[in-house]
Design a protein around this ligand. Structure first.
Ligand code: NI
Length: 183
């Protein structure tokens, strides 16, 4: 049975540590960690999570985008583990949009991200995969990938004036009908 893991918060060393590559993907330990990460992500109502956020400094991230009431613009995808992801190229174009993070609860900010990103990764079966992510998925990937290099979304903002607290953010999206992302 998958377990719900504790989520490391900003200030803990693991959040600021560059993750190690995984060489032994097929071991029961790594497979169980992936299952636990998917479970923890879903239990936390996140759309993604990275291994350092659950205390493992390993190059594994989960993307679990799905549209719902809170995230109406998110595309549907099966929760997917990306292991040892590598960025091949990204668009010149960037856009700013709202992000939040399970490791920084209560804070939202406008974060500039490339609108398209091309990546390689190894899937949980050990197969090399190639993907091009656009728009919301590109944002989600970049947010989670940052966790693998010890970076959080606040490091990417253009101005501290782009930070808001959750309560004001909720007011803002009600007023402006903006979309919300919790990554
Ligand atoms: Ni995050």
């Amino acid at each position: 049975m998958p377990q719900c893991l504790d989520i490391a918060q900003l200030g803990s060393l693991v959040i600021r540590t560059k993750a190690q590559k995984v060489s032994d993907i097929q071991t029961p330990e790594i497979q169980a960690l992936i299952d636990d990460m998917i479970f923890t992500c879903s239990d936390s109502r996140g759309m993604g999570i990275a291994a350092p956020q659950v205390g493992h400094s390993l190059s594994i991230l989960i993307m679990a985008s799905a549209p719902n009431k809170r995230y109406p613009y998110a595309p549907m995808m099966e929760p997917t583990a990306l292991i040892n992801p590598h960025v091949i190229s990204f668009s010149d174009e960037s856009v700013k949009d709202w992000e939040g993070c399970l490791s920084l609860p209560g804070i939202r900010a406008l974060v500039p991200r490339h609108t398209q990103i091309e990546v390689n990764y190894v899937d949980r079966h050990g197969q090399m995969q190639h993907a091009v992510f656009k728009d919301f998925l590109a944002r989600l990937f970049q947010h989670e990938y940052d966790h693998l290099i010890g970076t959080v979304f606040l490091d990417r903002i253009e101005s501290t004036k782009d930070i808001v607290m959750e309560k004001e953010y909720q007011r803002l999206i009600r007023e402006k009908d903006e979309r919300e992302t919790l990554l």
